[in-house]
Structures are given as structure tokens and as C-alpha cells.
Design a binder for this molecule. Sequence first.
Ligand code: ADP
Length: 187
Amino acid sequence: MRLLIMGPPGAGKGTQAVSLAERVGGAHISTGDIFRANVQQQTELGREAQRYMDAGEYVPDEITNAMVRDRLGHDDARESFILDGYPRTLDQVATLDGILDELGSGLDGVVELVVDPEELIQRLLKRAETSGRADDTEAVIRHRQQVYTDETAPLIDVYSQRGLLMQIDGVGDVAEVSARIDDALPA
Ligand code: ADP
């Protein structure tokens, strides 16, 4: 199964993506995780990405697109993957369409986790106390929500028009939300 998981920062995307990938037996591909690993290892990619991430900005599409193209070409992503945090811009949607075309595959569905924005800010501020992530300060958190609204929310309409969208209530404990996703997945 080839799925995207989308939702604003703090919606629990990462947590759900990891367990969903296990349940469907696919690769979990998180652009945020790949960027953070590169920052930690101080690679060239990490050095380029870090200043955007720390400011709560999106990394430029050309960098992100090249990274995803490479990752989706790996064997473990051939049959089944959960793409977490990508695409985030309309340009990335077009690139992903092209990559999947070249690979002769396509998406089976798009999971959107829906959570009220103020609830999200409160969750992220709580996470900030323990995460140590440089992008977990209140100003940056608010900025990331705004960037999501401006740049990524329009993608929901695109996938809805394609008949791929599954809107899932993201409020509740992890198991509850997982069960809602499983109920909505295509057979
Ligand atoms: P979030 O906590 O917002 O879900 P992620 O862990 O997915 O964040 O990503 C952290 C940061 O990595 C983003 O704020 C952004 O700077 C960068 N990033 C991740 N995915 C993308 C993407 N598809 N396009 C551009 N930048 C990205």
C-alpha cells in the first residue's frame, strides 16, 4: 500500500506513520527524520537544511525533492510506503506525481489527521519541554502552523479532488486514532 500521511505540526503524524508502516508492512519515509539525521551527522544536506528548519521554514523544494526521489528508489519502498511530511507544497505534489509515474506506481490514499489548531499549539509547547528540538519554541511553533496553513493546507483539496483523501479525527489516544485510520484504509 502506498500512502501519504498529512496534518499540521503536532497532529501526531510521526507517531501514526511509524505504526501504520508496521501494520501495512511498508517503508516509513519521514522527510523531517531524514533532515534531522543529516543535521546530526553534519552532512552537506544537513548543513543546507538546518537554517531553514531552525527557523520553522520549509527547506527549498529542489533539496527536498531530490532527497525523496532518491529514497523512493530504494527496494524497501517499491511495493509499500508511508510518506510522512511530504509533499508539503504544490511543487512537491507535481514532483511526487512524476516520480511515481517513472516508477510505474501511484498512491492508494492520503490520510489527513484533523486537529484543532489551538489544541496543537498546546501539545507542541508541552513537547518542547522535553524534545530539545531547536524548532520547538513558541514563536517558531506558531510560525510553523502558519506556514502549514499557507503552503500545505491547499494540498488537501488536490487529493480530495482525486478521490484519495481520508480525513481522520486526530483527537484521542494513539490506539484510538490508529483504529480510525485502519477503518478508513482502502481494502
Ligand atoms: P513537523 O513537526 O512540523 O511535522 P517534521 O519533523 O516533519 O515537522 O519536519 C521538520 C522540518 O523539516 C520542517 O519544519 C521543515 O523545515 C523540514 N521539512 C520536512 N519535510 C519537508 C518538506 N516536505 N518540504 C520542506 N521542508 C520540509
